[in-house]
Design a protein around this ligand. Structure first.
Ligand code: MN
Length: 412
């Protein structure tokens, strides 16, 4: 029985993880849950899964929950997330949004826990110190991001699964058969558009992702393709592969979830339905695989009906068996190159890019700025800032705060 702590349990990844756990009560128990503000959903989850501890966003909600569930340990705020990350468990599923995922992940890794990582910002901002701590403590990072789960699966049995092998082996360069990572991208809702055509897009248009149903922050990141930029950085740290060996391939069908090219020229791809339950379940049950098809044959909201046959399996005949690949338009989707530049520059640059992006996406979702203000302002903040390289979680969070301030000031 694996004890699972789910951070961000009321979001898209968290609720799908609980659907899987609901059908597999003999394998998993839920020891802790966290959410920021969806308290009614959290209450239902507490009644159904009976965790020992929860953490919520505000002190008021915490007090209310404590009255309703006297036996439950209830924490709140950023400190609450770090506190609950210390609880005894086998896996922490980190599906928090944004930089808030960093400190609790770092705390859990410090205690030797395995992390099922859906929160890519943890690695974008803290990749160096997080992977270093994983090596020291023997913690595994099990990717939940669909592309990184795909890469992880392609590497399995090919001498290079960084998560399972290299982190335990400090000299991971001993055997590196990986020549290139082919990171796929759906292209988002604005694939094929010109900059001019994107100038006046609405929040609703940007939130209308063609393939995946996700939280609003990551959906906007997909529309700007910053999501792919963040994923390049995530892959660099997860698999210890330099940025110039990571190639973004736009693949609108989203059937191939990423590929790995090996030194002998062989390319291994992982394919499947656009269903986040596949990477979530693999991260939770690794190294085993679970019988998802039997449990979820009728499908859920985020599935693409075109690729799902009546028994729930991938049906390449109904998709027309046409898988296409194209180069991303790097002039229109500037965020991809901003991420490569941040990775190349190193130091504070990825933290600055990530912090500015998070602030600007929130401002766009609040209707305060236009869509193209997001990439343009990130670039300005990256150009103007000269923060020293942060070396601790505290310094990363401080650099994040100052980058957000800069982004806001530039738009006044
Ligand atoms: Mn992804």
């Amino acid at each position: 029985m694996k004890r699972i702590l789910i951070m961000g349990s009321t979001g898209s990844i968290g609720t799908q993880a609980l659907e899987i756990i609901r059908k597999n009560r003999d394998r998993f128990s839920v020891c802790g849950l966290t959410c920021r503000s969806r308290i009614e959903t959290l209450k239902q989850q507490i009644r159904e899964f009976a965790p020992e501890a929860v953490s919520v966003g505000s002190a008021e909600d915490a007090a209310m929950l404590q009255r309703e569930f006297p036996g439950l340990t209830v924490c709140f705020g950023e400190d609450g997330l770090v506190e609950i990350a210390k609880m005894d468990c086998d896996i922490v599923l980190n599906s928090l949004m944004g930089i808030s995922g960093l400190a609790p992940t770092y705390t859990a890794i410090g205690l030797g826990r395995d992390i099922a990582l859906a929160n890519k910002e943890t690695l974008v901002a803290g990749g160096a110190i997080v992977t270093q701590l994983c090596r020291e403590k023997g913690s595994r990072l099990l990717p939940v991001d669909s592309e990184h789960s795909a890469i992880f699966q392609c590497l399995e049995g090919n001498g290079g699964s960084a998560c399972a092998r290299a982190y335990a082996d400090p000299d991971s360069s001993l055997y590196r058969p990986v020549r290139r990572i082919l990171l796929t991208a759906s292209g988002g809702p604005f694939r094929g558009r010109s900059l001019e055509e994107m100038r006046n897009v609405t929040i609703e248009q940007a939130l209308n992702h063609p393939k995946w149903s996700m939280g609003s922050k990551i959906t906007i990141d997909s529309a700007t393709m910053m999501n792919k930029g963040l994923e390049v950085i995530e892959a660099r740290w997860l698999f210890d592969v330099p940025a110039d060996k990571i190639d973004v391939h736009v693949h609108p069908e989203s059937i191939v979830h990423s590929m790995v090219e090996f030194c002998d020229g062989s390319v291994i791809a992982q394919m499947g339905m656009t269903d986040m339950k596949i990477p979530i379940s693999l991260a939770l049950s690794y190294p085993d695989r679970m019988k998802l098809l039997a449990d979820f044959a009728d499908g859920y909201g985020c599935d693409d009906p075109l690729s799902r046959s009546s028994d729930g399996s991938l049906d390449l005949f109904t998709t027309g068996a046409r898988l296409t690949f194209e180069k991303p338009d790097r002039k229109v989707f500037r965020c991809i190159d901003l991420a490569y530049e941040a990775l190349k520059e190193g130091g504070a640059a990825p933290v600055v890019m990530n912090g500015a992006n998070e602030e600007l996406v929130a401002m766009f979702l609040a209707g305060k700025i236009g869509f193209l203000d997001i990439p343009q302002t990130i670039e300005k903040v990256m150009d103007k800032s000269s923060f020293p390289a942060p070396k601790t979680v505290e310094e990363i969070l401080e650099t994040d705060r100052r980058s957000r301030e800069m982004a806001k000031e530039m738009l006044v």
